[in-house]
Design a protein around this ligand. Structure first.
Ligand SMILES: [Zn+2]
Length: 215
């Protein structure tokens, strides 16, 4: 656990963290209809493992119920688990909006950490989701902008993408996973919905084109 682990716990206490998944049978449901063992999963670069997307859920959306129930080795404090960042189960931050406006909403974000307390993956997840929760609490306009739509198109996706870049970077830096930093742009993209991904890619290509024209 160590100093960082304790910080993570303090951080959790301030961020409405709910421990979900294996090794946690006494789950505080926080008034939400969350089931034990939720997972939002995906694949990354075919590296294998159970890469978990760490996206924040829009209002009203529930995460996919997944197969977290399968058993894993109890100890993930090993050097492999530190190295294998892509195998993290991660977590999710429920936005839990207190208002229902287009902009200038307030939120009471609730973090679900699917990792085992005291592990590298737990700390990485706690910091990552903590960044989201902090933004939701202290800079809620970022969430409003990130979720903004125009004729159904998620035009705010680049904002959400930058938020993910920051969250992944902080999580990996807090755990010394320097080797994971080059993959942050891919991880951040994988955390978005397909619609958001399309907007981010089109925006990126457009920006690249304009920059090339500038000479
Ligand atoms: Zn995230």
């Amino acid at each position: 656990m160590g100093r960082w682990g304790r910080y993570a716990l303090y951080w959790d206490a301030g961020q409405n963290t709910v421990q979900v998944g294996r090794d946690s049978y006494d789950i505080y449901e926080n008034g939400l209809n969350w089931t034990n063992g939720l997972q939002v999963g995906g694949g990354l670069l075919g590296l294998g493992g159970n890469y978990t997307t760490w996206r924040r859920l829009p209002p009203g959306e529930t995460p996919a119920t997944g197969a977290v129930a399968e058993s894993s080795p109890p100890s993930r404090r090993s050097i492999q688990s530190w190295f294998a960042f892509w195998a993290d189960r991660g977590g999710v931050t429920k936005m839990n909006p207190l208002t229902n406006r287009r902009f200038f909403n307030s939120y009471n974000p609730i973090v679900h950490n699917f990792e085992v307390r005291g592990t590298v993956a737990y700390l990485d997840t706690a910091v990552h989701e903590g960044v989201h929760a902090f933004i939701g609490r202290r800079m809620p306009i970022i969430w409003d902008l990130g979720e903004a739509r125009f004729f159904g198109i998620p035009v705010g996706a680049p904002v959400a993408y930058v938020e993910e870049l920051v969250a992944y970077s902080f999580g990996h830096l807090a755990t010394g996973r320097i080797h994971a930093l080059p993959f942050v742009p891919i991880e951040a993209l994988a955390s978005l919905t397909p619609g958001q991904q399309a907007v981010v890619i089109v925006t990126g290509v457009g920006a690249g084109y304009i920059i090339c024209q500038l000479d």
